[in-house]
Design a protein around this ligand. Structure first.
Ligand code: ADP
Length: 396
């Protein structure tokens, strides 16, 4: 069937892409352009089990999309199946509470939210511009990381600050990873019938990490805020801390606000505490060889994740399910166990044997029999969600 979607995910210095076929179930081709903005940028294509990498003549988002178009022209069988393009957009502000087909009004709307995501929005807009120019006949959709959380109540999304800052500048909690949470909510409803009428906690733990409470299928609270810095300790982000610390760092190190913020975004978290790496797997290996700083970083990550799960759980009537997802949530039995060890007061527990022997990439219920909450590992799939949204928008 002709229903392939090109999914484009423009980061500030990278562009990930994939072509999904058969209602998103099959990845025909995938790749990444990296180090955009430098003269060492590369693009790689993985197709039929083989990976090809080449240097990009110009390290720009525009040129990367041109290379994807050139690849498609060389592979007419794949090209012929393409019916649309789905763009991942980090910030939809208060304007977008669902995915939309892209037109000038949508582009203006994304532009208006750009001050809230200054690193990502310009890259998204470049990706959209060049895709519209190179694929003029194809419908294109925008899928927002923030839109799933537009269901939060005012009490949850407002910061307790002077309200003119919200009214005049839209300073409030937005939350991210929404596409992943929406996917998990729908996938869970397939394996645990009725969960879309229950209370669900999700920990999306990757290099970026957050928690979300989903009440009857709708996000009721999430740990990230106006930016992804709030909430959990992450790979390189500190997560929540006393905001006064920013001015202490500025004064102590003679830095500007942006430079101090850079420390909290890029040099903190697992990397800052371990003084070794932001990568969970590297830290687990180091811990096994006796590195106490790596262990401290991982244990702090577990404690903080548990705290933010408990925090968002206050918006639920009951905690019927807890789902672990993202690279860490899906693969680190050490952290899943560590997190659940701190949730005993909520009567959440896991079966250590199931947890430790969970097969990679599969859905598994790892709950301990004596506990009320079903604890799951569910691999996330944001690309699939973007492809399905795009197909559904095209068909309507
Ligand atoms: P991103 O936020 O960049 O999408 P991912 O969801 O891919 O991140 O998650 C990356 C994290 O998952 C890294 O910290 C990595 O070490 C961790 N990870 C992946 N596989 C494993 C594993 N087998 N054991 C422990 N951690 C893992």
């Amino acid at each position: 069937m002709k229903d392939s979607i090109l999914v484009i995910n423009c980061g500030s210095s990278s562009l990930k892409f994939a072509i999904l076929a058969n209602a998103g179930q099959e990845t025909l081709m995938e790749g990444i352009a990296e180090q955009l903005g430098s003269n060492t940028s590369t693009i790689s294509f993985k197709y039929q089990g083989e990976k090809h990498q080449k240097k990009l003549a110009v390290g720009s988002h525009e040129f990367a999309v041109k290379e994807i178009k050139a690849w498609l022209d060389l592979h007419p069988k794949v090209n012929d199946l393409l019916v649309g393009i789905g763009h991942r957009i980090v910030h939809g502000g208060e304007t977008f509470n669902q995915s939309v087909l892209i037109n000038q009004e949508v582009i203006n709307g994304i532009q208006e939210c750009a001050n809230l995501a200054p690193l990502h929005s310009p890259a998204h807009l470049k990706g959209i511009d060049i895709s519209l120019a190179l694929f003029p006949g194809l419908p294109q959709a925008a899928v927002f990381d923030t839109s799933f959380h537009q269901s939060l109540s005012k009490e949850q999304f407002l910061y307790p600050i002077p309200m003119d800052l919200y009214r005049d500048y839209h300073f409030r909690k937005y939350g991210f990873h929404g596409t992943s949470y929406r996917y998990i909510s729908q996938r869970l409803a397939q394996v645990a019938k009725g969960s879309d009428q229950q209370g669900v906690l999700v920990a999306h733990l990757g290099n970026g990490a957050s928690t979300c409470a989903i009440n009857k299928g709708k996000s009721s609270d999430t740990s990230m805020g106006i930016t992804p810095l709030e909430g959990l300790m992450m790979g390189t982000r500190s997560g929540s801390l006393d905001p006064s610390l920013l001015t202490f760092i500025m004064k102590a190190k003679h830095l500007s606000a942006d430079e101090a913020l850079d420390i909290l975004n890029k040099k903190s978290g697992l990397l800052g505490v371990s003084e070794l790496s932001n990568d969970c797997r590297t830290l687990e290996e180091a811990m096994e060889s006796g590195d106490s700083k790596a262990k401290l970083a991982l244990d702090m990550f577990a404690v903080r994740t548990a705290k933010h799960l408990a925090s968002v759980a206050t918006t639920l009537d009951s905690i019927d399910h807890l789902v672990f997802t993202g690279g860490i949530g899906e693969n680190s039995s050490y952290l899943r166990q560590g997190i659940c060890n701190h949730l005993k007061a909520l009567n959440i527990g896991i079966n250590s044997n199931l947890n430790e022997n969970a097969p990679r990439g599969e859905i598994l219920n790892i709950s301990a029999k004596s506990n009320n909450t079903n604890v799951w590992i569910i691999p996330t799939n944001e690309e699939l969600m973007i492809a399905l949204d795009t197909i559904s928008l095209i068909q309507h």
